[in-house]
Design a protein around this ligand. Structure first.
Ligand SMILES: Cc1cn([C@H]2C[C@H](O)[C@@H](COP(=O)(O)OP(=O)(O)OP(=O)(O)O)O2)c(=O)[nH]c1=O
Length: 198
């Protein structure tokens, strides 16, 4: 039976895969992240692929490796994780008065009976914030919650009180589009039972 490896150190992705009943091991990628595109969908697919490939290349035998990456896109800017608190404030300001998009790319690397297959996809969710005052932005950044999150916020955390609208998959914003992942696993001809029972 296949081993499922999550090539991510994100605690959110670990929680979401667990929520969908998946039994897996975490093996964080150490790949250098190289971006060659300015399109957010291409960027998240490139990065998820690099993370997945790095872990997959170190495995043998039957395995499925999952790589993922999340970015926020607003007005032609791609926002990853903030470098520092000042950067977090500037990112949150960019998200005011406008809707923005959250992209998560997912790459699946499968080896079964020595045959290797790969699938990469992305999911896009639109998010609208209520206006945040300078004071609210400052207080939120001081909470440190934004520091390891793309776009400098966590929809699932303290930032929830500023979320006005969302169109698309909520779980995609948190870092893993779980229903789409399930569909892709089935489309690749894998048995979901293998993902749940080991
Ligand atoms: C927008 C948003 C992002 N995030 C998180 C999901 C991701 O963990 C993080 C984006 O960073 P990523 O670079 O996608 O992932 P990571 O560095 O956390 O983990 P790894 O590279 O090992 O896979 O932002 C939230 O938790 N909530 C949100 O609302």
């Amino acid at each position: 039976m296949k081993r499922i490896l999550l090539a991510s150190g994100s605690p959110r992705r670990k929680e979401l895969l667990t929520q969908m009943g998946c039994v897996f091991e975490v093996c964080k990628s150490e790949a250098e992240e190289v971006i060659t595109s300015t399109n957010p969908e291409e960027v998240v697919m490139e990065l998820s692929s690099q993370k997945g490939e790095d872990v997959f290349s170190k495995t043998t035998g039957d395995v499925c490796v999952i790589g993922a990456d999340t970015v926020v896109a607003v007005d032609g800017n791609i926002l990853g994780k903030p470098a520092d608190e000042e950067d977090a404030v500037s990112m949150l300001k960019k998200l005011q008065g406008n809707s923005h998009f959250v992209y998560t790319g997912v790459s699946l690397f499968v080896r079964e009976n020595q045959a290797e297959t790969k699938q990469t996809f992305f999911e896009k969710t639109e998010v609208v914030f209520y206006p945040m005052s300078e004071e609210e932005i400052k207080t939120y950044v001081q909470s440190k919650e934004p520091m390891d999150k793309a776009g400098a916020y966590a929809i699932q955390g303290l930032c929830a009180k500023f979320i006005k609208e969302i169109r698309g998959d909520y779980y995609n914003v948190v870092g893993m589009p779980i229903s789409r992942l399930y569909q892709e696993v089935k489309n690749m001809g894998m048995s979901w039972k293998d993902w749940e029972n080991k």
